[in-house]
Write a new protein. Structure first.
Length: 167
């Protein structure tokens, strides 16, 4: 059972406090809720200002950054799974934003590049997405941001060190 102050904290934060599952850590709950809120807002922002979904946007962003990328490189850049990236690249290719070519080094794999039309689309959408990210960053003071990063790194280190490969 939660102590009253913790429950009060959750009750006072309806955007991230609701739906707490007893037996989960407060850190896990709040991290999950915040991550979900951020992803939903970003997905909505992208969908309301383009014909892309979040995975397609991330692939397009990656291709505007990394010239001629493999799907594996884009999966790592975009932090999405192989299936999402495959669908995103197919979508972007249908829209004419991406072209694919067989890899010269490995004939079994493909290299993806952004087209001129894709680069223009990326250039038009970037300020909208970048503004969202900047607004989040600007909502915290430098000290708050430093504390947030340090606390997040501390939680991440605990999770990483608990993995079997680190034992």
């Amino acid at each position: 059972m939660m102590n009253k102050p913790t429950q009060q904290i959750l009750d006072d934060l309806p955007s991230i406090g609701g739906g707490y599952t007893p037996g989960t850590s407060l850190v896990t709950h709040i991290s999950y809720k915040l991550s979900s809120l951020l992803l939903l807002e970003l997905e909505s922002l992208i969908k309301n200002n383009s014909s892309l979904n979040l995975a397609s946007w991330r692939a397009l962003r990656g291709l505007s950054t990394i010239e001629s990328s493999s799907q594996k490189e884009l999966v790592q850049f975009a932090n999405v799974d192989q299936g999402q990236m495959s669908r995103a690249l197919t979508d972007l290719e249908k829209k004419g934003f991406v072209i694919s070519q067989r890899s010269k080094e490995d004939k079994r794999s493909w290299r993806f590049s952004i087209t001129e039309e894709g680069q223009l689309y990326h250039t038009q959408l970037s300020p909208i997405v970048d503004s969202f990210h900047q607004e989040l960053t600007n909502s915290l003071t430098a000290s708050e941001l430093e504390t947030y990063v340090q606390l997040s790194a501390k939680v991440a280190a605990i999770v990483v060190n608990k993995r079997p490969e680190n034992s």
